[in-house]
Design a protein around this ligand. Sequence first.
Ligand code: URA
Length: 289
Amino acid sequence: MSQTDDRQRDLIANLDFHVEAGLDLFLDETPHDRFNEADAPEAAQNAPMRVSPEPAPREEPFRTELPPRGATLPAQNRTFGQSAAARPGEAAGDARARARDVGSLEELEALLAGFDGCPLKFTAKNLVFADGNPAAKLMFIGEAPGADEDRIGKPFMGRSGKLLDRMMAAVGLDRTSAYVTNIVPWRPPGNRNPTPQEVAICKPFIERQIELADPDLIVCLGSPATQAITGTKDGILKARGRFYLYRVGEREIRVLATLHPAYLLRQPLQKRLAWRDFRTLRAALDGKA
Ligand code: URA
């Protein structure tokens, strides 16, 4: 291969990388540090989740509207800064109102497929709603889809999904005995973490998903899922192995926090901690913890 071929290949790989990261998409006229914006609805940042109706969070002058690749936007979404989707507080209120109205997981999936309030939808290839058995008494909740999940349209399909499957198998579980989903159903471009605003917008949907799936036990994989679902501010190394209670009306569902498989792929020595948590999970399923 000539030097020119090498250069061309490098340039194409570089361009692919930037497109994957979402850099071909126009977000706004000025750059924003989304992680430092303090306008996520309070409920998403502090309080334990409640499934009971809440007032819509306050509005903030925050613009994040994003056109889908090559798609025609609905009329109300065509002007930057004017639609409900342009403000995370409004979008979260809208999501909450809509999520309340659906009566089944199928309806919730259809609602999400038509929901334009989260900008991640417009950079993702697919909605990643859930996998596994919706009637199972055990529900795993991760953070957000990655590239494989985005391509396939199902959660935990890539390397961390394979590890999750092995961890489940080690305690006699598989995707017929568990329901698997994420707190955010669209892939953040370039596999970045979802911002607090994106989590807040999607939160009413995962709340409703929990309510409709009605599991006896939830396992949160990693810190973002644990913090969003339990309201704890503790990091995952402190939160893991503990049970929390998640309220749905009068019902309390136990939540066990553990390490995310993607973290375990990077830190294989920590698998011993996850193994302890999965034994706790097995004991809880057997009524012994
Ligand atoms: N990581 C997650 O948190 N969820 C997935 O679906 C895949 C990887």
